[in-house]
Ligand binder design. Structure first.
Ligand SMILES: [Zn+2]
Length: 82
């Protein structure tokens, strides 16, 4: 019987079937899906897809405003005469 499910594509650990124990398959991690073990799968779920960095956003906005003021752009934009 083939219990070898390959390696995890993320951590490269050898994976074992989900209902077997570590004692039965030393140095393995539980299989979750093809190419990913349970641990990496959990990591992938818990990791935020994209973190919004408020500090960085404020900094970028301040630089943008400073640059506009330095170029003499009025606070509410340039009057284009419409
Ligand atoms: Zn893994």
């Amino acid at each position: 019987m083939n219990t070898h499910l390959g390696r995890c594509g993320t951590c490269a650990w050898t994976m074992r079937p989900s209902r077997t124990t570590l004692a039965q398959h030393p140095n393995t991690r539980t299989y979750r899906r093809p190419g990913i073990c349970t641990i990496c799968h959990a990591h992938a779920l818990s990791a935020p897809a994209a973190t919004f960095d408020l500090d960085h956003a404020v900094l970028a906005l301040n630089y943008w405003l400073q640059d506009r003021r330095r170029r003499g752009v009025p606070e509410h934009g340039v009057d284009i005469g419409v």
